[in-house]
Design a protein around this ligand. Structure first.
Ligand SMILES: Cc1cc2nc3c(=O)[nH]c(=O)nc-3n(C[C@H](O)[C@H](O)[C@H](O)COP(=O)(O)OP(=O)(O)OC[C@H]3O[C@@H](n4cnc5c(N)ncnc54)[C@H](O)[C@@H]3O)c2cc1C
Length: 312
């Protein structure tokens, strides 16, 4: 019984999901190994040497940038050598590129978008949602001793502290990738990356009209917040796609998430429920957003906005 976590990195930096995967692995129990497949894996060893990690497996590959076949071959070799019963990857663009193919090729159990995990009778039970997140289901893997799971970012708190894991160098298998990393394209100029904001002021359909948006743009600026929104405002063309929070938008985890006139549909919560402090304003006391809010006000959002404008 052991778990293999595959570290994600971009441009020499560890992606936060990696340390969340370590926490998920700890929920499963058993020794946890983290694989670092990179141009210079030793540069990332310190970053992944956190509580709960027993061993770090470094695989030096060419090139450093993610290429599907290279990473898949390395993980395949590690599975053959270490025989973990669970392999955890992020539910991210990179891992989606090879995780399902890996599971299909090796005949392993597979689930994506997993947000909870446990062991039961020796097997792994994963929770994920279906039907546009309207139904949550528990997935078992009968007949599979080994599973590959793509874990939803921000579902676990990142593991931290600790240190002292054993570091083992593993030779990279020879493979010619069919994919080529060409270049990096920065986030479109003229808009922001809401996933890195510390403070999001997020507006929902409760603001009523497009004309009211300006008031909240100004309020966000005065408060030092970044404006984001629920999906209906994006669908209506009031807000750009890049500002949408939720299952089909961005997953965010700011220090403060201030939700004005957002009901708290599961698809919205999927993108923000692990934010540091969630403050919700809604005129409906039964609104689901209050189930995840640390602070809530049953109030008219325009009254609250007026008070905030006096303060900032
Ligand atoms: C496959 C799929 C993917 C989806 N992906 C996403 C996604 O990524 N992100 C997302 O947000 N949604 C997503 N949705 C849509 C989601 O189901 C909801 O429809 C949406 O989140 C609702 O947005 P809302 O809360 O702004 O609007 P509503 O649900 O209409 O809520 C508006 C809220 O404002 C409150 N309100 C109204 N007036 C006031 C006032 N004056 N003062 C205070 N409160 C007021 C109301 O009480 C209400 O709770 C998805 C749906 C599907 C099927």
């Amino acid at each position: 019984m052991s778990v293999l976590v595959v570290a994600e990195h971009v441009r020499g930096e560890l992606r936060p999901v990696t340390l969340e995967l370590v926490s998920a692995a700890r929920d499963l129990g058993g020794p946890v190994a983290v694989a670092v497949v990179a141009g210079d894996p030793s540069a990332l060893v310190e970053a992944v040497d956190v509580e709960g990690v027993d061993e770090i497996l470094t695989v030096a590959v060419e090139p450093d940038a993610f290429e599907t076949d290279v990473v898949q071959a390395a993980v395949e070799a590690l599975i053959a050598e270490r025989e973990p019963d669970a392999v955890l990857l992020g539910f991210t663009v990179d891992s989606m590129g090879y995780g399902p193919a890996l599971a299909a090729k090796l005949g392993l159990g597979f689930a994506s978008d997993v947000f909870a995990l446990r062991r039961e009778d020796g097997g792994v039970v994963a929770e994920r949602s279906f039907y546009g997140a309207k139904v949550n289901a528990e997935v078992e893997f009968p007949g599979h001793e080994r599973v590959v799971l793509l874990v939803r970012p921000t579902s676990w708190a990142p593991s931290a502290g600790g240190g002292g894991a054993t570091v083992t160098e593993v030779a990279a298998p020879a493979v010619q990738s069919r994919a080529r990393h060409r270049d990096w394209v920065e986030v479109e100029a003229g808009d922001v990356d809401i996933t890195t904001a510390d403070f999001l002021l997020s507006v929902g359909r409760g603001i009523g009209d497009k004309e009211n948006l300006e008031q909240f743009e100004e309020l966000a600026e005065r408060m030092g917040a970044t404006l984001s929104s629920s999906r209906p405002l994006v669908d209506a063309g009031w807000m750009p796609n890049a500002r949408q929070v939720g299952q089909s938008g961005k997953t965010v985890k700011p220090k403060v998430y201030l939700a004005l006139g957002i009901s708290g549909a599961v698809q919205h919560l999927a993108g923000m429920k692990t934010s540091g402090t969630i403050v919700a304003v809604n005129s409906d006391p039964e609104a689901a957003i209050f189930n995840v809010a640390h602070y809530g006000a049953v109030a008219d959002l325009f009254d609250v906005a007026e008070e905030l404008e006096k303060l900032f």
